[in-house]
Design a protein around this ligand. Structure first.
Ligand code: FEO
Ligand code: CA
Ligand code: CA
Ligand code: CA
Length: 656
């Protein structure tokens, strides 16, 4: 999320440990492999032209690139940047806005168009600031009808307690009221939307379908797994420590092979402040998770006591989880899976281990935070009861090292077990008397075991064939100067990178891996000397330049779709990069082409496909977050976050 009046809290590290920084490891790996021969410029040039150009293989082939004559995975022509207040898609494709904020899911409500809809209406309309998304077909392989499920991350503010668009233009209410807070809470959460293709091939919302559902910041849900019921999760309203109201700041997403949706609670800390004066000192956990000292921008604590952490110190512990939702059962209670740890969850990407257990990869999006994986204790059973699979298993955190890797990969790594009994570091650390403490304060446990601080881990995606795992590290402007050395010309890492790894023995449950940098984003328009690391790796060109990769996903053919949530000024360091966008990469050749550009002041996020890969759903979040957009309706209308439905004019597979 980005919001000009809320400091970009994820840019500011709360991790003050001295765990070795990933950038140092890249530098050392470069040196070990003989690329760091002399001066800065030479090392940079060799780095860019060397390992990145040489390391090809996704998967077992290890091919350096697509063979001559072999068709590229990518069939469309790259498009130029755009700075217009519109959506642009590659030639031969059609992109149509769909299910914008405020769109009614039920006949009983209307969209008034000026933001004057009340809280009750918002509870029956599509929420705000669309993010992660998934399409669940009604029947296996059905590409005509299904449930579109999506996250509504937050609502953009323009000052303390003031919202940019939610209450219409010129929101000037000095105080949050119960009605205002309720409307904002109802604009958060998740939408489950029954959709169907009509005779013209266009997708339509099936209003009043019994499947249509809004899950909001007030919806009752359960805490399950090892920490459920623990005293750290008990509050005045819930002495059981097992029943929570709501989910919010739902960022990226995931899904499971048994047909459930995973929604990921990210910057929950921004919703917890206090009206107490003076503000008490934050304890270690509150500081590490970044609770607000004083009133919040969202203002919920002004009318809802549970968002004042002095009044309810354990309420923040009930957020920052991954929540499992069964979209096909509208009456089901969402379940917060404590076994997967508590942090600022970006998304959740699964793969089955060699013996059939479910493995979930997850990033914690904050400067200098970590990458995690959960490995279930039991195996997935197709057609069986998998409803408690995410409640028992092991949680690991990644440590990137510079050991000798095979092929052209750059280094090795290990998965460190975050288990209070089995890991002596945690067992002997007085802060973790039980596994519940490890799971509620996952960041503190990961600090203690020496995990590798990363440049803001955003989405993780698993290649459908090779099983290699890719992660966007969006940027790290918050990194301190002393964390980099002279050999690293990307001192503040404005552009971000995508790192990939493969598990030992190709088993998702392995405890060691090898890693590689797939693309170092950069700006060769501004930095024309390609020896400069700021120009990006060799697969970044003036034609495809971008910054701040965030959303990430593979289609079933193995194309990697990269979405950006970065600086859209198109000036200075970002000259020639235009509005936020979506690109497509070939994991083997590493070629990257621009496929789509969003409207002004938006981010592009969320990726879903119909089973035939002929319809793609993506989301435009926060168009006009600073005030300058009227997308999608144009004219003087309010900007609205919305889904975009992309199809190919010839009816073919997206990306071909
Ligand atoms: Fe909600 Fe890290 O993006
Ligand atoms: Ca954003
Ligand atoms: Ca994101
Ligand atoms: Ca982002």
């Amino acid at each position: 999320m980005k919001d000009i009046h809320v400091i970009d809290s994820e840019d500011l590290p709360t991790n003050l440990t001295d765990n070795e920084h990933f950038q140092h490891i890249v530098e050392r790996a470069r040196g070990r492999r003989g690329f760091l021969k002399s001066g800065l410029g030479l090392s940079a040039a060799l780095f860019l032209a060397g390992p990145l150009a040489a390391c090809g293989g996704s998967g077992s082939s290890g091919d350096d690139s697509t063979s001559p004559g072999e068709p590229s995975l990518i069939g469309f022509k790259s498009i130029p940047i755009s700075t217009d207040d519109t959506i642009v898609v590659a030639e031969g494709y059609r992109a149509v806005p769909f299910a914008p904020w405020g769109e009614p899911l039920f006949e009983a409500v209307q969209w008034k168009g000026d933001g004057s809809d009340d809280a009750a209406a918002q509870a029956q309309q599509v929420g705000d600031n669309h993010d992660g998304i998934h399409f669940f077909p009604f029947t296996p392989g059905n590409s005509e009808e299904g449930l579109l499920v999506m996250n509504h991350e937050y609502s953009t503010t323009s000052g303390r307690g003031l919202y940019r668009w939610l209450f219409g233009r010129d929101d000037a209410a000095p105080q949050m009221t119960e009605e205002r807070v309720q409307k904002v809470m109802n604009a958060h959460g998740v939408s489950v939307i029954h959709i169907k293709r009509n005779a013209d091939g266009d997708w339509e919302i099936q209003k009043d379908s019994t499947y249509n559902r809004r899950i909001t910041a007030s919806t009752e849900m359960e805490l399950t797994g090892p920490a459920a019921g623990h005293e750290l999760l008990q509050t005045g309203a819930d002495s059981t420590g097992k029943i929570v109201l709501g989910t919010f700041n739902n960022c990226g997403n995931g899904w499971t092979p048994w047909g459930t949706y995973l929604t990921c609670e990210e910057n929950f800390n921004n919703y917890f402040g206090t009206l107490s004066d003076p503000v008490p000192t934050l304890d270690e956990s509150q500081a590490r998770y970044g609770l607000t000292k004083g009133p919040t921008s969202y203002g919920w604590e002004q009318t809802e006591k549970r968002f004042d952490f002095v009044e309810e110190p354990n309420e923040p512990n009930r957020f920052g989880w991954i929540v499992e939702i069964n979209p096909f059962d509208p009456l089901s209670r969402p379940r917060k899976r404590t076994a997967l740890g508590r942090f600022k969850h970006e998304n959740a990407a699964f793969r089955l281990s060699a013996d059939g257990r479910i493995v979930i990869y997850m990033g914690d999006d904050q400067a200098n935070d970590y990458i995690y994986k959960f490995v279930s204790a039991n195996s997935y059973r197709e057609g069986g009861d998998n409803s408690t699979l995410l409640d028992t298993g092991k949680l690991y955190v990644a440590k990137f090292e510079d050991g000798a890797a095979s092929d052209a990969f750059m280094g090795t790594g290990q998965w460190i077990l975050l288990d209070q009994v089995e890991n002596p570091t945690l067992r002997l650390d007085g802060r973790f008397p039980s596994q519940a403490h490890v799971l509620v304060n996952t960041r503190l446990a990961a600090d203690a075991v020496g995990a590798t601080p990363m440049d803001r881990p955003e989405w993780v995606a698993v290649h459908p064939v090779s099983g290699e795992v890719y992660v966007t590290l969006t940027n790290n402007s918050g990194r301190k100067e002393e964390d980099v050395d002279g050999a690293n010309p990307r001192a503040s890492n404005l552009y971000g990178q995508i790192v990939r790894w493969r598990e030992a023995g190709d088993d998702a449950a392995a405890t060691t891996f090898e890693w590689d940098v797939f693309v170092l984003a950069g700006n060769p328009v501004k930095y024309t000397d390609r020896r400069d690391l700021a120009s990006g790796s060799e697969n970044v060109t003036p034609e495809n330049t971008f910054n701040s990769p965030d959303g990430l996903g593979f289609d079933k053919d193995g194309r990697l779709w990269i979405q950006t949530d970065g600086n859209y000024s198109n000036a200075g360091e970002y000259e020639g990069q235009g509005n936020n966008q979506m690109l497509c990469a070939d994991p083997v050749s590493k070629e990257i082409r621009r496929f789509f550009v969003g409207p002004k002041e938006c981010e592009v996020t969320g990726i879903a496909f119909t089973p035939d890969s002929k319809t793609m759903f993506i989301n435009i979040q926060h168009p006009g977050e600073r005030g300058d957009s009227n997308w999608p309706e144009g004219g003087t209308s309010l900007p609205r976050s919305a889904t975009v439905v992309i199809t190919k004019e010839d009816g073919g597979v997206i990306g071909t």
